[in-house]
Ligand binder design. Sequence first.
Ligand code: ZN
Ligand code: ZN
Length: 820
Amino acid sequence: MADRYEPAQIEARWQAEWEASGLFRTPDDPAGPKWYALTMYPYPSGDLHCGHWYAMAPSDVQARYKRMKGYTVLFPMGFDAFGLPAENAAIQRGIHPYTWTMENIDRMRQQLRSMGAMFDWSREVVTCLPEYYQWNQWFFLQFYRRGLAYRAKAPANWCPGCQTVLANEQVRPDGTCERCDSPVTKRDLEQWFLKITEYADELLDMAEIQWPERVKLMQTNWIGKSLGVEVGFPLDSSPRRGMSGEIRVFTTRPDTIYGVTFMVLAPEHPLVEQLTTPSRKPEVTAYVEQARRQSEIQRQSTETDKTGVFIGAYCTNPFNGQPVPIYTADYALMHYGTGAVMGVPGHDTRDFVFAKRYGLPIVTVIAPPGWEGQELTEAYTDPGMMVNSGPFNGMPSEEGIERVADYAEGEGWGERKAGYRIRDWLISRQRYWGTPIPIVYCPACGTVPVPENQLPVVLPANAEFRPTGESPLKYHEAFVNTRCPRCRRPAKRETDTMDTFVDSSWYQMRYLSPHFAGGPFERSVADRWHPVDQYTGGAEHATMHLLYARFFHKVMRDLGLVSTNEPYTRLFNQGQILGPDGQRMSKSRGNVVAPDEHVAKHGADAFRCYLMFLGPWDQGGPFNTEGINGIVRWLNRVWNLVLDHWDPGSEAEGARDGSSELRRWTHKTIQKVDEDIAAFRFNTMLAALMEFTNYLVRRETQALKGTAVWRGALESLLRLIAPSAPHLAEELWLRTGHSGSVHTQSFPTYDPALVQEEEITLVVQVNGRVRDRLTVSPAVTAEEAKRLALESEKVRSQTDGKEVAQVIYVPGRLVNVVAR
Ligand SMILES: [Zn+2]
Ligand SMILES: [Zn+2]
């Protein structure tokens, strides 16, 4: 008997050996076809948890498989190292964010090594180091120069709990902070934006990416393009009011424009202040104040009442000359469309509620079917015949949309436009632990970008952490006070830092030349390797990270840095691993499974395979401790099978009984494993390998020991297992007298002729008596089997002139025809 399978001994040894031999070092210049496999880099929270393993181990399996298929594979790893938790740790426990982060990285790096993944550690990227973040600053300057970075006063989501500004995505639908549950409010701040809206149309074009439909749809909806008309409603220009100008509104329903009975301005709209009449001032001011304390989500909620106040002024509907009273209401948002909404209560549900509440007229301009002029009891939002619409009366409203738009353009009242839901990307964070924004404010010169040759603007190490909500940089005299790069007079630095999504928008490029000092990446290396061929990661990044990275890539292209349009050609989202109770793993639920324990007890190979065997990878599922034992037993069987029954073979190839069956089994298994890994079907891939192992263990196939076909079967098994259980396969490869690493072997190939399914025989009976036998594929469907039986000459001669009452199919065995 061979030694026992002891993963604890062999795994650490191989990890050290691979590292020493540089087995997974990737060349800058790939020979032959390249494959850039990328799995989303982790945030260094301190412990590698099951979710990391679940995302990374199967990604590693596919990367290893691609290598064995002949690609030069790059599979890098790094750390998304800036972010709020490090700063919170500093505030709560007095640990410097740098120390906290780097200690966590050290620990996670060790844990990642225990996975036995083929990460090329020589390319590690850590985003909180100046050698990385100086290029965030460099990119910012390029964006600024192209007019793609700008500063504007904007209401920010403000979390009183975290004492920081939040991105819209960090605010839950109920208006609370996703980190601390506090209700989120608003605050006005001067902030930096990146102009992603400039690329909105191009981001809608996803022809070049092979991504899940769900993600593409989410991005399309996030961008939210709609076509409509922007119309100007002239302001009341009577000499007494003395106002001139107009209110611009965007509408996708110009066919309803004759039904406008009021106009709504967002409380932040500059015209509110200008147009409010003195008598309305106190009420309007109070309302605006109150609206600004609410979150956008609360304001947009369908559950809350639609409130507003009349500001005392009127504008004119250019189509019918009617005066239109102007309100301000919190459901209009300043940064959606033009910040003004035309109120058409007859044909918009929200406007209908508003009009009812404030006693405003409701005019029907699109007639519902069978309408005879009666008052509407609710908004009619479907198409219909245009009425009360001047020259358009009697026109179907769908056609009216175009004709009214033509009319508005012809009269010069408005023009066709595209509206977008997406807003520019707010990157300012009032935090310390992020990339300093490279801007100086000079009393004489204004906003001055830091010259490129003065980068990086380094985060000062000795910051003071106070829970004030303002960046500790703000109190750091030595950081804040500087000299203007232009006039050399005293000036102040920008103290906000960048959203960490800036880091992850281009990190895939830094892996290509992680220590390059002459730019964010080396063009010659990037040209060889980008774009990423296969990206894997969690589905929660559908709209932020994945959209920002596409935007960044297109800007890099326009800067002449890359030649392609998209950063990630293929994307696959894994599911989520749950606690044994089927709930999301969390410390508070006490259902967190610690991977280290299982790795120590059963080995990394078993843990990798166990996670893949849970179920389809894109669906995730609950962790189950029982399940891992089955995997351990299987790996032990493989171990014993190979070591007990490996025979270097003294005997020439002979056609013994069973050898052609064994060959067919081997080739079918190769085909199954090959196709399954390519399609991320890891669970069925492992099931096929287990079945094959069981087949090999069976006594009759062991009679083939010593033959070439037997050795071929065992060698194929090791090569097929190598991506999933890399340590075990490597050890057995060595112990069976092979030289070189199993991981440098090519993936086995199969003979298509040998994987053809055999045929089966179906017995066909008529009224219980055998009349025919059919040779069919084992994959035959019930439908097909019945049809073939009824078409048989022998069956037809029995059923001629009778009625076929019933056809019964017993799968794989017989068809019985009942005829009367
Ligand atoms: Zn919070
Ligand atoms: Zn100056």
